[in-house]
Design a protein around this ligand. Structure first.
Ligand code: CDT
Length: 293
């Protein structure tokens, strides 16, 4: 998905998602991954102080009013999808905000939600407008763990952007039977921590996704929101990756673009019965430090 600018309306953005959904359907797709925070610009790059300022980026209800046309068309076409959005909700009388994705089945059923766990960046501005990445300011750490969901096409797991850099994300989902990992991302071309060549940003994206696929015997469907949003550049590189770790389709532009592949889930099943048969080969008695402080 190409850039979304601050001035773009939800209606304009949803119209673009609908266009891509139609194209995917025309190619025979049964599932679609849309990016992280797909309905707005990547607003955590900006400094806002009050909920009145930043709540304009959040959705309430599922589907939120802005999402309804997308949900309706997907149900009509019989396509399931992953959509990333900023979620505002009230639970037990408390207002919460999360960086969330929803998985919707081909019949329109909401199969489940995931709330981003690895939130990069800071809560307070670092004082460099080109480098601000304030996810910790606007979102709470997700409270749903890494669930997986039974779908008519197999068991799917979801994660969001920075989660892909952490192998634990995928291993937990794989241990819960995930055969397909869906994820959306917004990755600034400039590293927020230190200067590095732009090509490394794309390399680390691919490296994370390909190793996740291979080491867990699962397919990856990864979708970027990319290009220059009001002058802030983000990498592209949306890709579909086989359980062999091979990228079988990838986007070539930084605009709205649909990539498709017929994913054979038996390939993953074979890998999980052989080299990555967790039950036979894992040695959990030696993995303790992974969950210790
Ligand atoms: N959206 C998001 O999580 N972006 C981060 C940028 C952090 S730079 C290490 C990412 O991991 O792509």
């Amino acid at each position: 998905m190409g850039p979304v600018h601050l001035a773009d309306t939800r209606q304009q953005v949803v119209a673009r998602l609908i266009e891509m959904l139609r194209e995917a359907h025309a190619r025979g797709a049964r599932w679609v991954t849309f990016p992280e925070l797909a309905l707005t610009t990547f607003f955590p790059r900006y400094i806002y102080d009050t909920p009145e300022e930043y709540d304009v980026f959040f959705e309430e209800g599922l589907p939120s009013p802005a999402m309804v046309p997308l949900f309706d068309l997907a149900r009509e076409l019989g396509i399931g999808f992953y959509l990333g959005y900023a979620e505002k909700c009230t639970e037990n009388g408390q207002v919460h905000r999360y960086n969330t994705s929803v998985l919707v089945g081909p019949d329109g059923t909401i199969l489940g939600k995931y709330r981003k766990i690895h939130l990069p960046g800071t809560a307070d501005p670092i004082g460099d407008l080109e480098f601000e990445h304030l996810e910790k300011r606007y979102f709470e750490v997700g409270d749903l763990g890494f669930p997986t969901f039974a779908t008519p096409s197999g068991r799917f797991g979801m994660c969001i952007c920075n989660d892909r850099r952490w192998p634990e994300t995928f291993r937990v989902m794989a241990l819960r039977g995930a055969e397909v990992f869906m994820l959306g991302y917004n990755t600034p071309t400039r590293n927020i921590h230190h200067p590095e060549p732009a090509h490394l940003r794309e390399f680390h994206n691919r490296l994370s996704l390909e190793s996740a696929a291979y080491q867990n015997g699962a397919w990856v469907m990864a979708a970027a929101k990319c290009g220059s949003e009001d002058g802030f550049a983000m990498i592209g590189g949306s890709a579909i990756i086989a359980p062999t770790g091979e990228t079988v389709a990838h986007a070539v532009s930084e605009d709205d673009e649909v990539i498709t592949h017929a994913c054979d889930l038996d390939l993953g099943a074979y890998i999980r019965r052989s080299v990555f048969d967790f039950a036979r080969h894992r040695r959990i008695e030696h993995y303790g430090p992974i969950t210790a402080q």
